[in-house]
Design a protein around this ligand. Structure first.
Ligand code: B12
Length: 590
């Protein structure tokens, strides 16, 4: 065994304290500033809290938990806030007409620009989702219908975190996220220090309102867990986030998770493991429904939906978690769902509740608890590996800003390689045999195998060998990029993997530097048209003539449509090719 092993972990000469930017202020001072700022904030009253007679969503969840009242959640975010507001109204009225309880809460899936400081939003590239532009928009979040909002995507995590935390509290939103998104990069924003400072300060504002029931939420898969290979690492990561949010900043921290897991039994075990490392029992904000089991057959997706919902609800009921399962519309795999599609699955979700008492006592929970226990042991080990290593390497682990930035700059692969648990085994990508392999990684590896086999049958010829290809993702979605790079490598192309969250101008720079034959872009966030246009424009300016391919979700918000529309025709007009599959890409690359 070489001398670089720390416990079971290999350090490969990384010094974690070297990752800390020299301009990062003391995190404790940032917390003090945030706490002081929070003192002056008056929390508004939402229609939901008013109706329930509580001061915060958390207060109601604890009541619901004690009394066994099931809660539900939905994601919503159409092209503009106005359309989203009208959809909320429609969903609420639809539930009343159908005679089911309306949803308890919604996650506002705001557009990525909301993650930037207020004064930078108007000039930033538009993606899919609503932006809140003024005080009226914010107030309407809590005053349109008695469904409690979570200020979720792009609220806390980016450089605009502080602005959003203050606005959300003022209008009566008492659950605000998403801590894990601090690992994201926002378009044209590379100042890590100011981003982390804003997150820590916003978290401290929430900490100042902890006794009023305010909760700091984190949807785990938006951060590193979304690409971890082992569910034990999920649990360890959640412990790390909780350590920063609760122990170092003083906020009440909640997790939410679930979208990238298809197996309902595994989902139940992981949920219970997350609850077992939640000493203050802040209710898990929501359990996201499965988003990876769905296919283009929307009818078949009903089975995915109901299996997922039933097991989440049964787990919630049996263990009194006080969480809110989130029903995923059956069309979600293809597009942002409209209000009818959201209302449809909300009704199904409420109807499922009627079957819970009939089934619950027949389930062998012992097996699930055994799995939970293994994940808890693994998660605790991951947590202690991470903190122990940071401490040993001179990182001040009592400073929330330092702990966060080290974890961020380390990156998810290294993070799991170094701190991950499970027996050491180099035949696994991260160097450990996972305690429990994640569903998405398993699925992606199966897809990869299938593509590689079909490509091998195509007899890839000399023309593909030695082609220089830059591959990049415009956003956080990285599994397609992994499939693209591994397929291109398998046919001998020289791949320049430019990573995720890339701006068009930077891609052009790299293509020029490497004299690339082709640029291959994977994109999902509904920016395909503007991204492609800027890319082609930058290429022209730079005199670059590489061929360009795009794939993934090729749509964008267009005036007059409340959901993004297909933009392939436009891309073709400006010379961008859009092969349907990775195999087709090889054909067109030749
Ligand atoms: C996993 C996932 C995530 C994970 C990503 C984890 C990660 N580290 O990669 C998380 C939870 C972080 C996430 C976040 C978001 N997501 Co998401 N996500 C998905 C999901 C469920 C699966 C995508 C995936 O990885 N599939 C597996 C890969 C292997 O398949 P694939 O991407 O489809 O790629 C295949 C083909 O498309 C093709 N392909 C892909 N690219 C290319 C390129 C070329 C050149 C070629 C030839 C082929 C090709 O080849 C692949 C193999 O077959 C989809 C919904 C779905 N079920 O598809 C939504 C989805 C893509 N996400 C969506 C959105 C909106 C977001 C967010 C913006 C939401 C938000 N506001 O916060 C954020 C992104 C924020 C950011 N900073 O970028 C939307 C996009 C909607 C749209 N444009 O209409 C989708 C469709 C869900 C939805 N309906 O709302 N997401």
């Amino acid at each position: 065994m070489d001398s670089n092993w720390i416990g079971e972990e290999r350090m490969d000469a990384i010094d974690l304290s070297d990752l800390i930017p020299s301009d990062l202020p003391d995190g404790r001072e940032i917390v003090a500033e945030g706490l002081a700022l929070g003192e002056n904030v008056v929390i508004g009253e939402s229609l939901y809290c008013k109706e329930k007679g509580v001061r915060s969503e958390r207060e109601w969840r604890e009541i619901a938990r004690d009394k066994g009242i099931p809660c539900t959640c939905m994601n919503i975010g159409l092209s503009t806030w106005g359309e989203t507001r009208d959809a909320l109204q429609n969903i609420y009225e639809d539930a009343l007409v159908r005679g089911v309880r309306p949803p308890d809460r919604f996650n506002l899936i705001a557009e990525r620009r909301m993650g930037l400081p207020k004064d930078r939003r108007a000039e930033a590239p538009q993606e899919t989702g609503p932006c809140l532009w003024n005080e009226k928009d914010w107030w309407e979040l809590t005053q349109t219908v008695p469904i409690q909002p979570e200020a979720a995507d792009n609220m806390i995590g980016g450089p605009g975190s502080l602005d959003n935390a203050l606005d959300a509290l003022r209008v009566g939103i008492t659950c605000i996220g998403v801590l894990s998104q601090y690992t994201w990069r926002w378009p044209y924003w590379d100042d890590e220090t100011s981003q982390v400072v804003s997150v820590v300060k916003a978290a401290a504002v929430l900490a100042s309102k902890k006794n009023d029931g305010v909760v700091f939420d984190s949807y785990l898969e938006d951060g590193y867990p979304g690409v971890f290979h082992d569910y034990a690492s999920y649990v360890g990561w959640a412990m790390l986030e909780r350590y920063v949010a609760e122990d170092l900043i003083g906020a009440a921290y909640a997790n939410s998770w679930g979208g990238l897991t298809q197996n309902p039994i595994i989902k139940s075990a992981v949920t219970l493991a997350l609850e077992a490392v939640n000493p203050n029992r802040v209710p898990i904000s929501f359990l996201q429904g499965d988003t990876i089991g769905n296919t283009p057959d929307f009818d078949a997706n009903m089975a995915v939906l109901v299996n997922d919902l039933m097991m989440s609800k049964l787990t919630d009921m049996r263990y009194r978690l006080g969480t809110a399962p989130l029903a995923v519309p059956v069309t979600e795999t293809e597009r942002i769902p409209d209000w009818r599609e959201v209302a449809q699955v909300q009704t199904i979700s409420r109807k499922c509740e009627e079957y819970l008492p009939l089934i619950e006592s027949y389930i062998d929970w012992k097996k699930i608890e055994e799995l939970r226990n293994q994940l808890v042991v693994g998660g605790k080990q991951f947590f202690s590996n991470a903190l122990g290593t940071m401490k040993k390497m001179g990182v001040d682990i009592a400073d929330p800003a330092r702990v966060l930035i080290v974890m961020k700059l380390l990156g998810p692969e290294k993070c799991e390689e170094l701190f991950g648990v499970g027996d050491r085994d180099d035949s696994y990508l991260r160097g450990h045999k996972p305690v429990l392999e994640t569903d998405l990684v398993r699925q992606t590896m199966e897809k990869r195998q299938a593509i590689l086999e079909s490509v091998a049958k195509m007899n890839p010829d000399e023309q593909l060998r030695d082609k220089k290809v830059v591959v990049a993702s415009t956003d956080v979605h990285e599994f397609a990029k992994f499939l693209l790079t591994s397929t291109l490598e398998s046919v001998g192309s020289k791949v320049i993997d430019f990573g995720i969250n890339r701006d068009p101008e930077d891609i052009v720079k790299v293509a020029l530097e490497t004299d690339a034959d082709a640029i291959v872009i994977t994109t999902h966030n509904g920016v395909a048209r503007s991204f492609g246009t800027t890319l082609v424009h930058s290429m022209k300016e730079a005199g670059l003539e590489s061929s360009v391919f795009m794939g993934g979700v090729l749509n964008e918000d267009i005036e007059g449509s409340d959901v993004p529309v297909d933009v392939r025709e436009h891309l073709h007009k400006i010379g961008i090719m859009t092969p349907d599959t990775v195999e087709d890409l090889l054909g067109e690359l030749r």
